[in-house]
Structures are given as C-alpha cells and as structure tokens.
Design a protein around this ligand. Sequence first.
Ligand code: FPP
Length: 231
Amino acid sequence: MNQSGLHLAIIMDGNGRWAEQRGLPRPAGHRAGARAVRAVVEAAPALGIGTLTLYAFSADNWRRPPREVAALMGLLRRFAIQEAQVLAKADVRLSFIGRRDRLPGPMLEAMAKSEALTATGRSLHLRVAVDYSARDALLHAARHLAQAPAATREGFGALLGSPDVDLLVRTGGDQRLSDFLLWECAYAELMFLPVAWPDFGPADLAACVGDFRARDRRFGGLTAPAPASAR
Ligand code: FPP
C-alpha cells in the first residue's frame, strides 16, 4: 500500500488517566502512548492506510503545567531522533504539521532532520501534529486566500496542505474534535473509543479499519461516488 490509501487521523487521548489509574506520573502515560504510536505505525501500511495524522500536541496544550509540556516536548524530540532511522528503513515519510515559531530550538532541529531523512518514504506518510490548531491553520490559509479571490475548495484545501480525512478515531472516551483538522474532516467517518491511547494496539486499528470499510459513505448523495479513475 502507498500514500494513495486511507487517510486516518487519530486524537490520542487518555494518556494522563492511564497513568493516574496506575499511580504513575502523567508523563509515564505519554511514554506509554509513544510505544503505542510505534506499534500503530508499524501495522498501518498493511491495513491500507496511506496517511496517518496523529494529534500529539495542540496549540492549547501549552496551558498544561510546564513540567508536562517539557516532558511532551522531550518525548517528541526523542521520537523524531530515535525513530527517523527506523522509519526511513520502513519506507515511511515523517513530517510535522502545526506552528513552528513557538517550539524549542532542539525540537525544531530534530523535526527538520527527521523530515529530511525520511523524505522519500512511500509506504506511509506519518504526519505528527505539534503546536497544531485547525482554527489557526484555517486563518492562515484564509489570509493567503485574500490574494486569490477565485479560489476553489480544492485550492483552499491545498493551501491547508492536508488531504481530506477518511476516518477520524479518538481514544479516551470523549466525543469531540478539539480543534483538529476541522476542514479536512468535513466527510470523515468518526469513531470514538473508550480505550485509553496507551492500550490501543494493532488489533484495535484493524477493527477500526474494518468498521470503516463496512460504512456506506455517500458524501451527501444517494450512493457512494465513483472512484476518480472512473469519472
Ligand atoms: C492526550 O492525553 C494526549 C496528549 C496531549 C499527548 C499525546 C502524545 C503522545 C501519545 C506522545 C507521543 C507521540 C508521538 C507522536 C511519539 P491526555 O494527557 O489529555 O490524557 P487525559 O485526557 O487522560 O488527561
């Protein structure tokens, strides 16, 4: 499978509660969450997932205690450094979405290096959202739109830089979008699971994709649209 496959977006929620239930500090939940990320990334291509977008740190997460923010930044930086080689070997492209003007220097450096090292990956495009807000992304794109008044939906989508999401999964039991990929999720299938992110594994991923494939997507019409190649 390749990047023309399914676009799956995941809101990885429940790390903190997972840790607290075990009497552990919250960052231990995020570390367990990073292990779940590795397993899901490994399993994704065989399930027909071409693009996987993970919500790792929202623009509103800066409001968390400084210790937790620092732990998350450290974890994401280590992930970028340590996983880049593994991802490159597995033919996975890693890139980051979100603002880059508020991140610590070492984080930015690790992001740029891992993106360069994995740039040719074709089996999966793994996109990690850091300091991300869909509303900010929309505002940013709208400012550019002012210079191109004849813009189309496709053109605006291209300004946002994200493909449409086919399936959005949120773990952790809450049922909201939390400012994630709001434009791109216009016709996404939504799945809200009670499982905490660190407990989400390849079997859960396969079940989600199976459920998705059984859904009837009509995009406002009465039948599913024909594939682009047949139109
Ligand atoms: C939400 O759970 C999760 C986050 C804010 C962080 C997600 C980050 C990871 C899984 C770390 C690793 C990521 C990558 C890409 C390596 P929460 O802390 O809000 O949980 P709670 O709702 O139980 O408090």
